[in-house]
Ligand binder design. Structure first.
Ligand code: COA
Length: 708
């Protein structure tokens, strides 16, 4: 259907007006849908041939929410509250026929109806907080009247989506029907039209009493779990209004809070992140020959931590996978890890035993390369050593069927070199998973100049099928994420020798919104990884360039992080809490003295500026070199692989939000203080700062993209 065709139609059957919204892809409440629905409700209410109304949708889902595409413009009438009020006030019964995902404004429309019928598979919810908003059309006022204060708190402040069965038990739905939900809704509408009882209007129900304990707990939880975000706390305020004010006043209060958030920077950033997550999958500039190949069976080489977790990704997505290792003991360990991992989920109740058995059953452990003969894709997750990669890819070249996608999970080695070990470099691509691979959503899909477009498209689609956010990148040292991370890591060490302690850097970055501080993360993953990498790169440091060897000093003392009970912090037995360690402080202070650096107090603003703008400067280079084609590719890497706060949009979006002139000026100031080696502004940053441009609006000519 064309977007400007009338998106709402009414059919009258046996005196029931079935109003159907048809606006692909998800029946979002655009201005035209709101206007059409309001008009249809008013007409049906006035029509003498109509006894009751059903609100239904065509396509794949009931209304999935407000139309996010309209959020960058001022709201246009008719506004959603006017529509929901008209539905609730309708003198004839109005029944909602829910299926798919009835979310946000869509569920608010349903809440205003007098009865809600859903398919068993329907999912409902008010996830607005995830977009930096609160429900703005009665959701915070009507839901607590239906399900009680505490339940409404959980649903609105957490923003989680609920299945139909749970929603029925909670009182958010009235009936679960078979899959012909419109017929069931029409039958309910007829029953209500002939019943003597008055209509049950959610807004007219008694207000739910505030549960003070639940309220305090919700505030504490939100401050902790949704740290830095405004919307969850505002949602709690709106819910309090539902409990303390009459409906009409509560609705006014809710709307005012909603409009304030709608204009907020956090909401804009979260909206960007939502849309970017979908946009990233669309590959610009790929021709018609980029048709993805079918993937029915997979193979993984290497049963270490990474390989085992990648095999789990395939098994979780329903694909049979051969897991190969050349070492029998290593293979057994890998399988044991997989079983233990699944068993933890079963014990926690997040996975059924039968599902675990099915998944484990899809993983065939093998020592025999022949087992990879049938695979449509093989992911190599062997040791990070170019000679090992050569052996693996020569073996794969000999055994894999023609057309199989051969992927490497390398994080630093050159994918083009690895592709050169085969006679089919066009079929070779990087698939860089992040640890733990079965949990982390990021997948960098690394193409070389010789990767066939169809192979890139296959890897991207496979990534999505595995539940990942797949980001297309060109080969580059450290790809996108680790290349930018190297910049930040360097600055964190310099900050230590200039006067900060690990806990100062971590606190400042956690305060900024990162899930964890970099030193606590390093302790968690093991300092030996960064140490080995540092040693491998030692030859690349130019003489005279500033270098800080604190990491060597810490590792040389046997402090490799949590696994050795000490790293940048100390740990008590059985406790993962990082505790500041006087021994580390003494080591750092002695290091500053030995290198002649006078320690000074470093403000948080400087810590954040140096850590984030150093990454952004590198991001600008990554963009101008054509390693990625869009700033959103970089932002998706950081949101889904490195714990960058979604409500800041990602590093490139955050730079845009701060203003590129300000970022450029800050980098020039650092250059004047610390020298040009690490702080020369990227030309693209300089150009955008001068011209008032933005990274997220910048587009390179398709023809100029490296490797295209
Ligand atoms: N407004 C406008 N477009 C929307 C939208 C919305 N509220 N929700 C989804 N879309 C678009 C997506 O951008 C995507 O567009 P594309 O095909 O051009 O990329 C398309 O609908 C399909 O969405 P997608 O997320 O890829 O499909 P899905 O089946 O995995 O998930 C939803 C569907 C509805 C569950 C999911 O899109 C979602 O959670 N949407 C947001 C719901 C929400 O928060 N509503 C409250 C808004 S205040």
């Amino acid at each position: 259907m064309e977007p400007d065709a009338a998106p709402v139609a009414t059919a009258i059957r046996d005196r029931i007006a079935v109003i159907t919204i048809d606006r692909p892809p998800v029946n979002a409440l655009s201005t035209a849908v709101r206007a059409g629905l309001l008009d249809a409700v008013r007409r049906a209410a006035a029509d003498r041939d109509v006894d009751a109304l059903v609100i239904a949708c065509a396509g794949r889902t009931f209304i999935a929410g407000a139309d996010l595409a309209e959020f960058d413009r001022p709201p246009e009438p008719p506004h959603l509250p006017e529509l929901t009020q008209a539905i609730e006030d309708c003198p004839k019964p109005v029944v909602a026929a829910l299926f798919g995902t009835a979310l946000g404004g869509g569920f608010e429309v349903a809440l205003a109806c007098h009865y809600r019928v859903a398919t068993p598979g329907a999912r409902i919810g008010l996830p607005e907080v995830k977009l930096g908003l609160i429900p703005g059309a009665g959701g915070t006022q009507r839901l607590p009247r239906l399900v009680g204060f505490e339940r409404a708190l959980a649903m609105i402040v957490g923003g989680d989506v609920v299945g139909a069965v749970d929603a029925l038990a909670a009182g958010a739905l009235d009936e679960i029907a078979g899959d012909d939900v419109v017929t069931a809704a029409a039958a309910a509408a007829r029953r209500l039209a002939t019943a003597a009882a008055p209509l049950r209007r959610s807004g007219a129900l008694a207000a739910a009493a505030v549960d003070r304990t639940a309220l305090e707990r919700a505030r504490r939880d939100a401050a902790k779990r949704q740290r830095g975000q405004h919307a969850p706390l505002v949602a709690i305020d709106a819910l309090c209004a539902a409990a303390t004010l009459p409906l009409a006043e509560g609705l006014i209060r809710e709307r005012a809070l909603f409009l304030e958030l709608r204009r907020s920077e956090q909401a804009a950033a979260l909206r960007y992140a939502f849309l970017a997550e979908r946009e990233v999958a669309k590959l610009p500039g790929l021709g018609a020959d980029a048709k993805p190949r079918a993937i029915h069976r997979a193979g993984v080489v290497g049963a270490g931590t990474m390989g085992a977790a990648i095999a789990m990704c395939f098994a979780n997505a329903g694909l049979p996978v051969a897991l190969l290792d050349v070492d029998a003991a290593g293979l057994a360990r890998g399988l044991e890890n997989i079983r233990r991992n699944y068993a933890t989920s079963v014990a926690r109740g997040s996975l059924a035993q039968a599902a675990m058995d099915e998944r484990v059953g899809r993983i065939a452990a093998t020592l025999d390369w022949d087992a990879l003969r049938e695979a449509d894709v093989v992911v190599e997750a062997a040791f990070e050593d170019i000679d090992v990669k050569r052996q693996v890819f020569e073996a794969l070249d000999a055994v894999a069927r023609p057309g199989a996608v051969l992927a490497t999970n390398t994080s630093y080695l050159d994918v083009a070199t690895i592709a050169g070990f085969t006679t089919r470099p066009q079929d070779v691509v990087g698939m860089h998973f992040f640890s733990p691979a079965n949990v982390m959503r990021l997948l960098e899909v690394v193409r070389t100049p010789r990767t066939a477009p169809a192979v890139l498209a296959t890897a991207m689609r496979l990534g999505r099928a595995l539940g990942k956010v797949a980001v297309p990148v060109m080969g580059s040292d450290g790809f996108v994420g680790n290349r930018m991370l190297m910049q930040r890591t360097r600055e964190t060490f310099f900050l230590l020798e200039e006067g900060a302690l690990p806990q100062d850097v971590d606190r400042a970055l956690v305060e900024f919104g990162f899930a964890m501080g970099p030193f606590a993360v390093a302790d968690l993953s093991g300092l030996d990884i960064g140490w080995a990498n540092r040693k491998a790169r030692a030859h690349r440091r130019l003489p005279g360039m500033r270098d800080c060897n604190l990491l060597d000093q810490v590792c040389e003392r046997g402090r490799l992080g949590q696994k050795t009970g000490a790293g940048w912090y100390r740990y008590e037995a059985g406790d993962r809490t990082p505790r500041p360690d006087p021994e580390i402080e003494a080591l750092i202070v002695a290091h500053s003295r030995a290198t002649g650096i006078e320690r000074r107090p470093i403000p948080d603003e400087e810590i954040v500026g140096r850590c984030v703008w150093s990454m952004v400067n590198e991001g600008a280079r990554i963009l101008e070199e054509g390693v990625v084609t869009r700033a959103l590719d970089i932002d998706m890497v950081w949101l889904h692989g490195y714990g960058f706060p979604a409500w800041r949009g990602g590093p490139m979006y955050a730079a845009d939000a701060a203003g590129l002139t300000a970022v450029h000026d800050a980098i020039l100031r650092y250059r004047d203080r610390f020298g040009p080696d690490y702080w020369t502004p990227a030309p693209l940053l300089g150009e955008l700062a001068r011209t008032g441009g933005r990274f997220t609006r910048w587009a390179r000519d398709a023809g100029a993209t490296r490797g295209s």
